[in-house]
Design a protein around this ligand. Structure first.
Ligand code: FDA
Length: 587
């Protein structure tokens, strides 16, 4: 007999665990979250928060989204990434980033009701965790997962209470390992992990210093400083990252992973910081020094029976592109509604298998992209003449050559320009963030071919209602003229969107939802209806006729669409939803 019971036990209260807890509690599912530490993130690791993640927060409620914006540094201040010799020294170039280029800004605005921003993990985690606990999550801090045993009906997990040094057991129907990059849960279920851990060593130096004089005129979250010779045998690149504008910072510095891990003193850390800033007298308040490794690995399965892994437990990669916490929260958005549907008896257990089918490709995609982005600094080093040299004087002289008025220097300047501009694949990769199209049994094909990407799929988001894709965002208007995003229509359930000629679909949706006992809203979009397409944007985006319909899942992805009216819309919807919800299988 276990000491406690719950429906879903979540190990970890990082972005993945806290988001899952918040979503499950919002859906009315009993859950418990445990964390081996007494509190949440003690350092602001993740910060770049993309639109898709903000859409999850929006789905949790306008107050959650609003609080995130309140704590975040706004998108405008994320500005340009600067490459320089020091913050006070010569600038080598810059690139407009994170949707702040006017063209990219337009794409961002057209794509989502939500805005990208810079929200340090030290704000994101408390927001998600507070939302979870306020809505019903039972949280146990200073409690460490030790082991679990799964059987046909559930999972019994043994946890060590670190305050009493006693173990207790929790019986749950499902167990989620959201326990980070060194996941014990992933080890215990033995999911295959492809790739390599520990490919490079990094040090975070967290500090306070007023750097406004050097940065406020060129706002950015990341300043890349090239100082040949400043680290042993390396290129000498360090990153100065804004935490709060412009007086809280983190320097990210490398160490040789094949050697002994350094133990920096505060004075050594301050020297690195002062060198990168270029001010030997800079007043610094050191806050923390921590060490982490760059990983290049992902799980090729994210579940085994009743046990799931998510977040860094499943995808382990460097911070490039700012994808870690974002993807962790998006994993949660994918799994939570499925767990809720199964636990409420609305879906067959096979629905849970689609988590693997839908999220493993994303894990692979982001681990590959993040590591590729590191490699794409190569052309910048190449253009600066840093590759193949170890003598700092030679390296500096090579960098300086770009200022000559020779054809070689002209070519060097062009190469540097191109290399910096190419970093848009890391710093403005809207497609990487937004283009996920799911293929699984929780998506029903309408027989159409997947639309090809008209532009680079990593750089540009392409809206489509093709089943599996996220529903395109457009604004619709209610009778009082208030605007609502198409993404707002799911509100934790399914949504069916149709036109005035497709009213039969809406009537059928109401009746099928009743029969299946699921939450589903039906929206006839047109003049004198609850929602009006004043701009015509929905008519242009829906890719079905006015008499057709688009069926959207609780996680905003299109479950199915039909181009036209059907003879028996009720039968069609019943067929489709039974397939999506895997109703044919035991629940
Ligand atoms: P995370 O590691 O955050 O949380 C794991 C949780 O499990 C913790 O609560 C921990 O205490 C708990 N735990 C572990 N073992 C346990 C056990 N045995 N028992 C109980 N509890 C246990 N991402 C991003 O999206 N944008 C960005 O800009 C950046 N930037 C960035 C910069 C730097 C320098 C780093 C190092 C990382 C980033 N990231 C990022 C990545 C981001 O920090 C990371 O992907 C997320 O924290 C992952 O969230 P998880 O919840 O999966 O794990």
């Amino acid at each position: 007999m276990a000491d406690m019971t719950t429906d879903v036990l979540i190990i970890g209260t990082g972005p993945a665990g806290s988001a899952t807890a918040a979503l499950l509690s919002t859906y009315g599912i009993e859950n418990m979250a445990v964390n081996r530490y007494r509190w949440l993130a003690n350092s602001p690791r993740a910060h770049i928060t993309n639109q898709r993640t903000m859409e999850v927060l929006r789905d949790l409620g306008p107050e959650v989204e609003a609080e995130a914006y309140m704590h975040a540094t706004e998108q405008d201040l994320m500005g340009t990434n600067v490459f320089c010799e020091s913050l006070t020294g010569e600038e080598l170039g810059r690139i407009q980033t994170w949707g702040t280029h006017p063209l990219s800004r337009a794409e961002h605005e057209l794509s989502s009701p939500s805005k990208m921003n810079d929200l340090p993990q030290t704000f994101m985690e408390p927001l998600l965790f507070k939302t979870a606990c306020a809505r019903g999550t039972q949280a146990r801090m200073s409690c460490e997962y030790q082991s679990h045993e799964a059987d046909g009906d559930g999972v019994t997990t043994t946890i060590l209470d670190r305050l009493t040094n006693k173990t207790f057991t929790v019986r749950s129907k499902y167990l989620i390992g959201a326990d980070g990059g060194n996941s014990t849960v992933a080890d215990h279920i033995g999911v295959p992990i492809e790739g390599k851990m520990g490919v490079a060593g990094s040090i975070n130096l967290l500090f306070k210093a007023d750097l406004s004089a050097h940065v406020a005129h060129r706002p950015s979250v990341l300043y890349w400083v090239m100082q040949p010779g400043s680290n042993v045998g390396g290129i000498g690149m360090g990153v100065v990252r804004m935490i709060r504008p412009w007086n809280e910072w983190m320097v990210i510095w490398g160490y040789d992973i094949d050697g002994e891990r350094p133990e920096l003193t505060d004075d050594e850390a301050k020297k690195i910081i002062r060198d990168l800033v270029g001010d030997p007298a800079l007043e610094i308040e050191m806050q923390a020094i921590s060490y982490w490794t760059v990983n290049d690995a992902y799980a090729t399965e994210m579940s085994k029976g009743r046990v799931f892994i998510m977040g860094d437990a499943a995808h382990r990669h460097p911070p490039s592109n700012g994808l870690g916490s974002n993807t962790s929260i998006q994993d949660a958005f994918n799994l939570a509604w499925k767990l809720a549907a199964v636990l409420k008896g609305q879906a067959g257990e096979a629905l849970l298998d689609t988590y693997n089918a839908e999220r493993v490709p994303v894990a692979k995609q982001i681990v590959t992209r993040a590591n590729q982005s590191i490699g794409e600094f190569g052309p910048i080093f190449e253009a600066l003449g840093l590759i193949g040299h170890t003598d700092p004087d030679v390296m500096q002289a090579n960098m300086d050559k770009r200022c000559d008025s020779t054809p070689e220097a002209d070519a060097q300047r062009a190469a540097l320009r191109d290399a910096i501009a190419f970093k848009k694949y890391e710093f403005d990769a809207h497609g990487v963030e937004m283009n996920q199209r799911y293929r699984s049994d929780a998506v029903v094909s309408d027989g159409s071919r997947e639309p090809a990407f008209a532009q680079d799929a990593e750089l540009h988001y392409q809206p489509t209602t093709w089943p599996g894709a996220r529903i395109p965002h457009v604004w619709l208007y209610d009778a009082s003229g208030q605007k609502h995003s198409t993404l707002d229509l799911t509100n934790g359930g399914f949504a069916l969107l149709t036109g005035l000629s497709g009213k039969a679909w809406a009537d059928a949706a109401v009746s099928v939802a009743d029969t299946l006992g699921i939450k589903m809203s039906a929206h006839v979009i047109g003049p004198r209806q609850d929602l009006v397409d004043h701009t015509g944007d929905w008519a242009r985006a829906r890719e079905v006729s006015d008499a057709g319909c688009v069926l959207v899942r609780p996680d905003h992805h299109v479950a199915w669409r039909n181009d036209a009216a059907a003879d028996d819309p009720q039968r069609e919807l019943m067929r489709v939803l039974s397939a999506v919800l895997q109703k044919g299988t035991a629940s």
